[in-house]
Design a protein around this ligand. Structure first.
Ligand code: PAF
Length: 279
C-alpha cells in the first residue's frame, strides 16, 4: 500500500509518527528496475521505506533540458505499489525551493573532476536537495546506485561532513540483458542508438578482462576502451577516465590501488554514463 505526501509539513508529521528504522530512496521518478531494486533493499533492511520523487531543477545545467526530463507519475506509483508498504513523498519545486532560497550545500574536491567538470553546478544541486530530503526523512539508511558512483561518493562525503546519522548504501548497477546500464535517460534513445549503446558495457568489460589478465597501465586500459567505443559511429565520447576509487583523482600511470574507470558518451543528444571498479 502507498501513502502519498506532498508538503514538508506532511512529511515531518508522518516521520514523527514513525518508529524503527527508515530506508530511503531518493529519485527523480520515471522509475526502472534499478530504482525498484533499491526500494526492495530499503524494504528488506528497514522497518519502513520512503521514496521521494522530485525532478530537481538545480542539478540541471542551462544547456540541459529540464523540461524534457521524462516523467510518468502514475506509472511510478503503480510500480512502487507492487513492492509493499511504501511512503512516497512528492514535493514540488516551490516546496523545495521557496522564494528567496539562498542556502546551498557544496562538497569540495570530490565534485571537481568527471561529472563535476562536465556539468558545473550539478553536484551543488544534488547535495543541496539530498540534504533537504535527509533533513525531512531522517533516514537510517539511504540507497544509491553504483551507476552514479561519483554522486554516491559525494553524498557519502556530505553525510560524514555534516554528521548525518545515515548510512549511505551503494547498490550494484542494474543492466538490461545486453549490458546497457538502466537509466531513465535510455528512453531518449532511438532504435539505432539503443542498439549501439551496449558498446559501453562491452568496452568496460574488455577492460575488466585485461585487468584480470594483469594489465595495470591506466592509459592502456582507457585507450582500449576509447578505441572500442570509437568503432561505433553513433557514439561520441565526452570522456573516459581512470580515477582513484577514494579521491577520484586521475590515475594516468600504473594502477596501485582500487580504481574506477568511468565514461560519458553521447548517442545523438543523449548522454549516457557508466563505470566499472577495478581492484
Ligand atoms: O540520482 C538521482 O536520481 C538524483 O540525482 C537524486 C539523488 C534523486 C537527487 O535529485
Amino acid at each position: 500500500m502507498l501513502k502519498i505526501l506532498y508538503t514538508h509539513a506532511e512529511m515531518f508529521a508522518a516521520r514523527a509518527a514513525m518508529q524503527g528504522t527508515i530506508g530511503f530512496v531518493p529519485t527523480m521518478g520515471f522509475l526502472h528496475q534499478g530504482h525498484l531494486s533499491l526500494v526492495r533493499k530499503a524494504l528488506d533492511e528497514n522497518d519502513h521505506a520512503i521514496v521521494s520523487i522530485f525532478v530537481n531543477p538545480t542539478q540541471f545545467g542551462p544547456a540541459e533540458d529540464l523540461s524534457k526530463y521524462p516523467r510518468d507519475l502514475e506509472r511510478d506509483l503503480a510500480m512502487i505499489s507492487e513492492l509493499g508498504n511504501v511512503l512516497v513523498w512528492i514535493p514540488d519545486a516551490k516546496e523545495m525551493y521557496p522564494d528567496n532560497f539562498q542556502t546551498w550545500v557544496e562538497v569540495e574536491s570530490l565534485t571537481k573532476p568527471l561529472e563535476g567538470e562536465m556539468r558545473p553546478g550539478h553536484f551543488r544541486g544534488v547535495t543541496t536537495v539530498v540534504a533537504k530530503l535527509f533533513n525531512a526523512v531522517q533516514p537510517s539508511k539511504a540507497y544509491f546506485g553504483q551507476k552514479d558512483f561519483q554522486q554516491a561518493a559525494v553524498i557519502g562525503q556530505m553525510a560524514r561532513d555534516l554528521s548525518y546519522p545515515t548510512k549511505i548504501v551503494v547498490c550494484p548497477t542494474m543492466r538490461e540483458a545486453d549490458g546497457l546500464a538502466m537509466s531513465s535517460r535510455n528512453s531518449y534513445l532511438n532504435p539505432q542508438e539503443r542498439a549501439a549503446a551496449p558498446v559501453l558495457w562491452q568496452a568496460l568489460q574488455a577492460a575488466v578482462e585485461a585487468y584480470a589478465k594483469g594489465e595495470r597501465d591506466a592509459r592502456v586500459l582507457v585507450s582500449d576502451i576509447e578505441n572500442r567505443i570509437n568503432h561505433e559511429p553513433l557514439a561520441k565520447i565526452q570522456y573516459v577516465r581512470c580515477s582513484d576509487a577514494l579521491t577520484l583523482a586521475d590515475v594516468e600511470g600504473d594502477l596501485r590501488g582500487p580504481a574506477v574507470i568511468s565514461l560519458a558518451v553521447f548517442f545523438g543528444a543523449t548522454r549516457l554514463i557508466d563505470n566499472i571498479s577495478l581492484g
